[in-house]
Write a protein that binds this ligand. Structure first.
Ligand code: UD1
Ligand code: CA
Length: 440
């Protein structure tokens, strides 16, 4: 990665150290920094709870950590900690940073939960949620294989504004990190940035954190200052560059949140498209985390599918469909133009093709729901449920005032307002709907 300083003896020593590194036990503890105030978001919601594809950004970081199977995981919370702690799994230790005086102080707080631990500490930021496991694995492998004291994950950005810049000496070894606010014009031109992610030997971290001073523009204790402190002691500092700089995106503003959402959405859409789902226009299709979609389903543009929705095989969804939480479509369902569904199950081969609101409803199989049908599920105070049996035919513009049960093979005439249960095989019509006749 980096041309090492004086060749010869040092290189030999490092190769030996590298071999030792391979047989060293790879003990890892993780500290996740999530105490910050998120001033730049200008929002009452703590930054790490802002959502990417329907899920708090911190949850993605927590998933990533779980996949690495570390010895110990510590989250450092502070601002609005009560709300943040709700999404932290039980096996993650929570520590509280009382005053938010910088990332170095936050790490110091995290270390209080790692007494007795001897390996290396992986530091992750709660506002860098797009990182992939393979990238972190590469960072960790490099760190252990080469027995580095502190290994940084860096990235090359065309527009590095806002990030800490990686300073390299004349041997191109990393010698410091300079924050945007403290950088001079020349330093601002540096395109290699600090992602905030680093893995560092715990002993070296502990010994040197206390040397960090808040002598910078923000008057904060910067974790990044530890790099210069280590380098000055001739300790081995090195960097691994992320192959895909997009993974390094740190979210500080609403605009960065939107960028991260777009990237996460692309990832989600890719997975579906690689598994037999046709998405006509991925740039205009919004599918949230946790949704499942069967093969040969086609999603038309401007469709919004919220969290944990289940869609079967060979369905047609959209254009302009909004499937909200608790929706399940069985196989061969059409949920067409301008449909909103919430907390509803739709049976196989059922058509809901145009302009409908279906809420708190269980619909059977082979049902046809005519254009403009509305389930009126809310009486101003409570929500009520609708049941629609198999083979029912709902006429256009029917309003179903829940709670209502519509029996199998029943039907409603166009414009019916259904206020009472309808028996099987019965046709109703009018306002309020009255029985017209028994069906076939
Ligand atoms: C930080 C890095 C910068 C890097 C960038 C990458 C420092 C000093 N700078 O800058 O080099 O390029 O991330 O995205 O580390 N936090 C706490 N307690 C605090 C302060 C912050 O827990 O007292 C947490 C925040 O919640 C956040 C993370 O640490 O998750 C980073 O803090 P933030 O203020 O966003 O740092 P940046 O200015 O983005
Ligand atoms: Ca940040």
């Amino acid at each position: 990665m980096v041309a090492h300083q004086n060749l010869g003896l040092t290189v030999k020593v490092r190769i030996l150290a590298g071999q030792l590194g391979k047989i060293m036990k790879k003990e890892i503890a993780v500290i996740i920094l999530a105490a910050g105030k998120s001033t730049r978001m200008k929002s009452a919601t703590p930054k790490v709870l802002h959502k990417l594809c329907g899920r708090p950004m911190l949850s993605y970081v927590l998933d990533l950590v779980r996949s690495l199977k570390p010895e110990k995981v510590v989250a450092v919370l502070g601002h609005e900690q009560k709300r943040v702690r709700e999404i932290i799994p039980g096996n993650v230790k929570i520590t509280l940073q009382k005053k938010l005086i910088g990332t170095a102080d936050a790490v110091k707080v995290g270390l209080t939960a790692l007494k007795g631990f001897q390996g290396s500490v992986l530091i992750l930021y709660g506002d860098v949620p797009l990182l992939k496991k393979a990238t972190l694995q590469k960072l960790l492998d490099y760190h252990f294989t080469n027995n580095v004291d502190a290994t940084l994950l860096t990235a090359q950005l065309k527009k590095p504004f806002g990030y800490g810049r990686i300073m390299r000496d004349k041997y191109s070894s990393i010698c410091a990190i300079v924050e945007e606010k403290d950088a001079d014009e020349v330093q601002k031109e540096i395109k290699e940035i600090n992602t905030g992610i680093m893995v560092i030997k715990k002993q070296k971290l502990e010994n040197n954190l206390k040397r960090i001073r808040a002598n910078n523009q923000k008057k904060e204790f910067y974790l990044t200052d530890i790099i210069e402190i280590l380098a000055k002691q001739q300790l081995l500092v090195d960097g691994v560059k992320a192959d895909d700089a997009k993974e390094a995106l740190g979210i500080n503003t609403g605009s960065e949140l939107a960028q991260a959402n777009t990237l996460m959405r692309q990832r989600i859409n890719e997975v579906f498209m690689n598994n037999g789902v046709t998405i006509i226009d991925p740039a205009n299709t919004w599918i949230n985390f946790g949704t499942k979609i069967g093969a040969d389903t086609v999603i038309y543009p401007f469709t919004v599918i919220e969290r944990d929705v289940k869609i079967g095989k060979r369905c047609l969804v959209g254009p302009f469909a909004h499937l909200r939480d608790g929706v399940e479509l069985k196989d061969d369902v059409t949920a067409g133009n301008f449909i909103e569904m919430v907390r509803s199950k739709i049976g196989a081969k059922t058509f809901v093709k145009h302009f409908s609101y279906i809420g708190d409803t269980a619909v059977g199989s082979s049902v046809n729901i005519g254009a403009g049908t509305v389930t009126a599920n809310f009486d101003g105070r409570n929500k009520h449920e609708t049941f629609i049996g198999d083979n029912v035919n709902i006429g256009s513009d029917t309003v179903i005032v829940a709670p209502v049960k519509i029996g199998k093979a029943a039907a409603t005439g166009a414009g019916a307002i259904v206020t009472r249960d309808i028996a099987a095989k019965t046709l109703v019509a009018g306002v309020p709907a009255r029985i017209l006749k028994k069906r076939g």
